[in-house]
Design a protein around this ligand. Structure first.
Ligand SMILES: NC(=O)c1ccc[n+]([C@@H]2O[C@H](COP(=O)([O-])OP(=O)(O)OC[C@H]3O[C@@H](n4cnc5c(N)ncnc54)[C@H](O)[C@@H]3O)[C@@H](O)[C@H]2O)c1
Length: 263
């Protein structure tokens, strides 16, 4: 029979090594801090060296274990080089994505390639490299960032939404392929989170408020509110969770938000 100590340690990541790609900003930074707070050694990787170092320093200054690395998910070679340096890897978190908000009929080939290139192709490079390492180890947890846009859309989100649905399907496929060797693969779907990615929306009060009103909780989330989902999927608490989409959206996708009847 399991003891209370077993349950108490469900979220303990002591002795685990985590790589967070996108750790320099927003949800990635919160994920890195959350994993470190639960005992993981965290490699904070980002396109921007300064941002990656700032996240690693923030962890180290508070007594956690962290280092930084530079990687460009648009360049396969840099992803290979980053993973070649790792002897072992228990957790991968991959966040980088971009959005070009405009009507589908106006999207250029260059814009399409840019969004798909980072969001889908870049995520693929990261999950493939982590999967190859973890397959050898026969353990590990891969956590990709999808979005509520993998489920529901609005005008101007066509290509971004396609990449987020595509990421989810890759997650499911890799979960199927690596399940037999004990590697788990999951996706997280945030709602609206106040980060640099959504800064253009925040600067338009009507748009910002409409998004706040859409969720059941009536507000945006902070990046720190995604850390719990990351720690959970990384940890033993999620030992039987794979191929899943963990929705952290304040109830956005549960309700249609058109009208609140006078009850
Ligand atoms: N913010 C939201 O409201 C929201 C909502 C739903 C889903 N998401 C998803 O969550 C994830 C994280 O979003 P965020 O808001 O934290 O984004 P963000 O823009 O704040 O952070 C992205 C990080 O990725 C890094 N990056 C960019 N290009 C890179 C590259 N080529 N190689 C390596 N790193 C690169 C950036 O330097 C930055 O540090 C994304 O996948 C996004 O689609 C965000």
């Amino acid at each position: 029979m399991s003891t209370l100590a077993t349950y108490k340690n469900l979220f303990d990541l002591s002795g685990k090594r985590a790589l967070v790609i996108g750790a320099g900003s927003g949800i990635g930074r919160a994920a890195a801090l959350g994993l470190a707070a639960h005992g993981a050694e965290v490699i904070c990787a980002d396109l921007k060296q300064d941002s990656a170092s700032a996240s690693a320093n923030a962890i180290s200054e508070q007594g956690g274990m962290a280092s930084s690395a530079v990687v460009d998910l648009n360049r396969e070679q840099t992803v290979s080089e980053l993973f070649d340096k790792l002897n072992s890897l228990d957790v991968l978190v991959c966040t980088p994505s971009i959005n070009v908000r405009k009507p589908l009929l106006e999207v250029t080939a260059e814009e399409f390639d840019r969004v798909v290139g980072l969001n889908l192709r870049g995520s693929f490079f990261a999950m493939r490299a982590a999967g190859q390492q973890m397959q050898k180890q026969r353990s590990g947890s891969i956590i990709l960032f999808s979005s509520i846009r993998s489920q529901v859309v609005e005008p101007g989100q066509g290509v971004y939404a396609a990449t987020k649905a595509g990421t989810l399907q890759m997650v499911k496929a890799l979960a199927a392929e690596l399940g037999p060797v004990g590697v788990r693969v999951n996706a997280i779907a945030p709602g609206v989170v106040e980060t640099p990615l959504t800064e253009p929306i925040k600067s338009q009060p009507d748009w910002y408020q409409a998004y706040a009103d859409k969720s059941a909780l009536g507000r945006w989330s902070q990046p720190s509110e995604l850390a719990g989902a990351v720690v959970y999927l990384a940890s033993e608490a999620a030992s039987f969770v794979t191929g899943s989409l963990l929705v952290v959206d304040g109830g956005w996708t549960a309700i249609d938000g058109r009208f609140s009847p006078p009850l």
